[in-house]
Design a protein around this ligand. Structure first.
Ligand SMILES: Nc1nc2c(ncn2[C@@H]2O[C@H](COP(=O)(O)OP(=O)(O)OP(=O)(O)O)[C@@H](O)[C@H]2O)c(=O)[nH]1
Ligand SMILES: [Mg+2]
Length: 286
């Protein structure tokens, strides 16, 4: 349950659809906040919490096994007591929700009461997109070409062996879905401007471009929406590699690293490039 707020607790909700990289980020950030080797990172100060969920994620992350997809309608809430390099201290609560539950809530126009409670109380949002599964919008020119290819019969190819799959909302463009989701969040959370960290996950898959240029190029509608509504959003953007590479292809390479903290990278801001707590630190200062 997330309705019982502790004094000074800050609630940051993870948002993003199936495979966006939410849980992997949480597992890796937990690792970084537990090691003293990464200078400038948030540090976990107390461990008397119920850490079963995050410990399970962390264990898989450590052994380079892909995480299982988060399931269920209610979020799994991770609560951590942290202190920052500037002496700031406090409790951070991070609900991890299933991307599938989020998609279902957009199509059904209803969501779990616990999740609603966390959205209403959220001090900030962490919004994830994974370049490996972002759905880009279809341009008018492409749509016209497809329509021509389908022909009068409305079937691709010979139309004999290809039964039509019913369309589902999950096939809509990522930007359109995220903007719909954010509109619903804004209707439930009255904080203005609401602090948002946009995280491009799996950053190891991206070469020679900075996170802003990537988002402008691949999610222009989302970029425009977030950047041009300063009364609604206060925005920060990071590229994050929380796993260090694609699995299982890079498993041996990642396993061979002496220090698991060396697998991770964050692009955006300054300091140790392994400091995955940087997005959380930004939220804590808003
Ligand atoms: N290459 C690469 N892949 C990553 C990275 N982080 C996550 N992934 C991959 O992204 C996919 C989804 O990761 P999750 O963290 O489970 O995504 P999620 O947002 O929690 O997804 P749900 O639980 O379904 O909501 C998995 O296939 C991961 O292997 C990364 O840093 N690099
Ligand atoms: Mg997950």
């Amino acid at each position: 349950m997330v309705t019982k707020q502790e004094p000074n607790a800050r609630l940051f909700v993870l948002l993003g659809f199936v495979g966006a990289g939410k849980s992997t980020y949480l597992a890796a950030a937990y690792h970084i906040a537990n090691t003293t080797k990464v200078s400038g990172s948030l540090q976990i100060t107390a461990s008397q919490r119920d850490l079963e969920y995050i410990e399970t994620l962390h264990e898989r992350w450590l052994s380079c096994r892909p995480l299982t997809r988060t399931s269920g309608q209610s979020p799994q809430v991770v609560t951590l007591d942290m202190k920052g390099p500037g002496g700031t201290a406090g409790t951070v609560r991070v609900p991890d929700v299933s991307g599938e539950a989020l998609i279902n809530s957009l199509s059904d126009r209803r969501w779990d009461p616990d999740f609603d409670a966390s959205i209403q109380a959220a001090n900030g949002l962490l919004v994830f997109v994974n370049p490996a599964n972002v759905k880009e919008p279809v341009t008018w020119v492409e749509a016209q070409a497809w329509a021509r290819a389908l022909g009068d019969g409305g079937e691709e190819g010979d139309g004999q062996d290809s039964p039509k799959k019913p369309w589902s909302l999950a096939e809509a463009s990522t930007a359109a879905l995220l903007i719909d989701l954010l509109e619903v969040v804004l209707s439930r959370n009255l904080r203005r401007p609401i602090p948002i960290v946009l995280i491009v996950s799996a950053w190891d898959l991206i070469a020679d471009v900075d996170p802003q240029a990537w988002v402008d190029g691949h999610l222009p509608l989302l970029s425009h929406y977030l950047r041009n509504n300063p009364s609604l959003f206060r925005l920060a953007l990071f590229g994050v590699s929380a796993q260090g590479g694609a699995l299982p292809e890079k498993e041996a390479e990642l396993q061979a690293m002496d220090d698991p903290a060396d697998r991770v990278r964050v692009v955006g801001g300054s300091g140790d490039p392994r400091d995955l707590t940087r997005p959380l630190q930004w939220l804590l200062t808003q």
